[in-house]
Ligand binder design. Structure first.
Ligand code: T5A
Ligand code: NA
Length: 217
């Protein structure tokens, strides 16, 4: 149903661990398909974590291997660069691409580790030049509420202290004038209510896309 010649939108969903990102991406994907839009759903790190880079990330997140903070950071970023061209191609082809975590997670999680040589500024630089989202939905939830949800506490970053730092840094990104694509959604409510709040700004954004730019410094 996308208008002839109009490009697809790049829509990113971000938030703390267990904020409900994957559940909401799946619902959004199905809603857009039901409305006859060409749509794709991808996630970072990749779903099956099966490329050489994906395998290294998976092993690190499960605590099965150790990596220097900068190395793992650059692997997460490389994982996005591997897919950047295919995102551009899909969007040019009129496909709206829904992305579950992106550069914002990349910068914020690494900078939350407390490594004095890994600031948010440093962490953002490898992301500069990646396709800039038309809309980034930040699913906002308290670390306490996130911790009550299924599966929490299994992976490396799922500790209370880390999640608090991650939340603070996510919120600090909202204050940067060049990140005006970020929209905050209250994700502490029932799944269908959150989904309704997400669909409206996405449909609005899809109507207003022009040329896609790069993420800025
Ligand atoms: N990371 C990631 C980096 O450090 N750098 C990077 O560059 C990137 C991309 C794994 C880790 O990698 C780090 C961040 C992470 O720590 P991941 O694979 O995206 O990243 O993490 P997952 O474990 O897949 O996903 P999350 O833990 O983030 O969960 P989601 O996707 O936010 O939540 P979801 O939808 O899976 O739901 C979790 C549970 O809550 C329930 C669901 O049914 C499920 O049980 N739920 C709700 N319950 C009540 N009310 C609601 N509204 C609910 N929504 C979902
Ligand atoms: Na997820």
């Amino acid at each position: 149903m996308a208008e002839k010649g109009r490009r697809g939108a790049l829509v990113v969903v971000e938030g703390l661990d267990r904020a409900g990102k994957s559940s909401q991406c799946e619902l959004l994907y199905r809603s857009l398909l039901a409305l006859n839009y060409k749509t794709k759903y991808i996630r970072f790190p990749e779903k099956d974590r099966s490329t050489p880079i994906g395998k290294q990330i998976d092993s690190y997140l499960r605590g099965q291997s150790q990596l220097d903070d900068h190395s793992i950071h650059l692997l997460f970023s490389a994982n996005r660069w591997e897919v950047a061209q295919s995102i551009q191609d899909d969007i040019a082809d009129g496909v709206t691409v829904i992305v579950d975590r992106y550069s914002y997670s990349g910068a914020v999680y690494s900078a939350s580790k407390g490594n004095p040589n890994l600031s948010l500024h440093w962490a953002w630089q490898p992301e500069v030049g990646l396709p800039r989202p038309d809309l980034c939905l930040f699913l906002s939830i308290s670390p306490e509420d996130a911790a009550k949800r299924g599966g929490y506490g299994v992976e490396r970053y799922e500790t209370d202290c880390m999640q608090r730092r991650v939340r603070d840094l996510f919120l600090s990104l909202l204050d940067l004038p060049h990140n005006d694509e970020i929209c905050v959604i209250d994700a502490g409510r029932p799944v269908d209510e959150v989904a309704q709040d997400i669909l409206e700004p996405v449909l609005e954004c899809m109507k207003n896309v022009d040329s896609i730019g790069p993420l800025k410094k």
